[in-house]
Design a protein. Structure first.
Length: 236
């Protein structure tokens, strides 16, 4: 996904809608060069993490004759989303505070075939000695009330620049195809603001039902895969 660096528009939008002071936004904007540098570093961190998962996928495919990763989607948080979160979380608007307090400026989403693949990949990824785990949120074992499921890892990985090494935070979300299908649709619907409150209750209920159905689908597909493996072993 593309980084939205339309800072002018974003600042205007934020200033009109949120009580950040104009002074703090102007100061932030003056640091345009620093913002570009910061975003470019997060972009490098995304590349590092993507490569790690691609390498694991390659190794798995040699070992087990199948790819555990269906796809990888990465995104840099847009400047307006950063400013919105800074405002919502009451974070000081400085480069240092933003880097220290926002964990998801760089995001990598790894879409897997099966639930077990998620935990295997997470284990091998976290075992690497240059990956430091900061936080783990297991929304698969404990789904959110609305039905959202995914494994979230907040990690720090080093990037090597011309004259320095920097540790950068990345949010990794690991999900199955079914979890991703549900989350992507739910995300789209959630951002449709014109939904009336009565419909919203009904829709939330239906979405929760769909989340439960998608969980059952994941379990059944995993069970079928295990049966196929078991049966193939008997043939050997
Ligand atoms: P986007 O556009 O995907 O980046 P944090 O604010 O990150 O410190 P938070 O918000 O509790 O703490 O983090 P959490 O719950 O781990 O969620 C972060 C991200 O997970 C979200 O990022 C979504 O990508 C995803 N997510 C979490 N809950 C839901 C949900 O109920 N539905 C869907 N579709 N996605 C969810 P952003 O910044 O909201 O959005």
């Amino acid at each position: 996904m593309e980084n939205n660096l339309n800072l002018e528009q974003a600042s205007k939008h934020i200033a009109e809608n949120l009580p950040l002071t104009q002074e703090s936004i102007d100061k932030f904007r003056e640091n345009r060069q620093q913002i570009d540098t910061m975003m470019s570093r997060y972009k490098c961190a995304i590349m590092e993490v993507e490569t790690k998962f691609k390498v694991l996928n390659e190794q798995f495919s040699l070992q087990y004759d199948r790819n555990p990763i269906e796809s990888i989607k990465s995104r840099l948080k847009s400047i307006d989303s950063i400013l919105e979160k800074v405002q919502r979380k009451n974070i000081r608007l400085s480069m240092e505070a933003v880097e220290a307090n926002l964990n998801d400026i760089a995001g990598v989403r790894v879409i897997c075939s099966f639930r077990n693949d998620i935990y295997d990949l997470a284990k091998y990824f976290l075992n690497q000695d240059d990956v430091r785990l900061i936080e783990i949120k297991d929304y698969i074992k404990r789904p959110k009330d609305g039905g959202y499921r995914s494994l979230h890892l907040i990690v720090e990985v080093p990037i090597f620049l011309q004259n320095e090494k920097r540790n950068m935070k990345v949010e990794v979300q690991l999900r199955t195809i079914a979890m991703d299908f549900w989350a992507s649709l739910e995300h789209k619907l959630r951002y449709k603001k014109e939904i009336n409150p009565d419909d919203a209750i009904e829709l939330a209920k239906d979405l929760k039902e769909c989340a439960d159905t998608s969980m059952l689908l994941d379990l059944r597909m995993e069970e079928i895969k295990n049966r196929i493996n078991h049966s193939a072993k008997k043939e050997d």
